[in-house]
Write a protein of this length. Structure first.
Length: 160
């Protein structure tokens, strides 16, 4: 998720010359927007925010009193309304208008609709598996960090 956030942030800072057909309202733009809507992106983003907040509170119950603040913050910066222009541009950069048409036709099939329906649960289960795997092997990471820190010379104190 951090990689997605970083990529979206970079889109705002990298000047990109866009062709005239890449503007909002163009057929390419509309095809990318349709793809995101067929993928149920607005709902997926809402669910992602809910899952992120719940996971953070589960991992650190002391932040439970700030749950609404976290939801508001993530809603402000991770909502469909906030991310839509950048997500549409991202899809336009990665897929031609024709490719987006093919993708859109797939998402309108029974298999495509099932994919959209199942994707949130699959992503959640995958994230849980990854978190569990890391947690199970945390001592290995800690030992590796400790071993590496012993190999490196102590950093000299900074002079004022």
């Amino acid at each position: 998720m951090k990689q997605i956030l970083l990529a979206l942030l970079l889109l705002n800072f990298i000047p990109v010359a866009r062709a005239a057909d890449d503007k909002a309202g163009s057929s390419h733009y509309k095809a990318a927007e349709e793809t995101l809507n067929l993928m149920d992106t607005p709902n997926l983003l809402r669910q992602s925010i809910d899952q992120m907040v719940k996971l953070q509170v589960q991992q650190n119950p002391t932040i439970a009193p700030y749950e609404s603040v976290m939801r508001d913050f993530l809603g402000k910066y991770m909502s469909w309304e906030s991310l839509k222009p950048d997500l549409v541009k991202l899809y336009m950069d990665e897929f031609s208008e024709a490719e987006l048409g093919d993708i859109n036709r797939f998402y309108q099939t029974p298999a495509g609709k099932k994919m959209v329906e199942k994707l949130p649960a699959l992503m959640s289960k995958g994230a849980q598996m990854g978190a569990q795997r890391v947690q199970e092997h945390m001592s290995e990471l800690q030992a590796a960090i400790e071993a590496q820190s012993k190999k490196q010379p102590a950093a000299a104190p900074k002079k004022k």
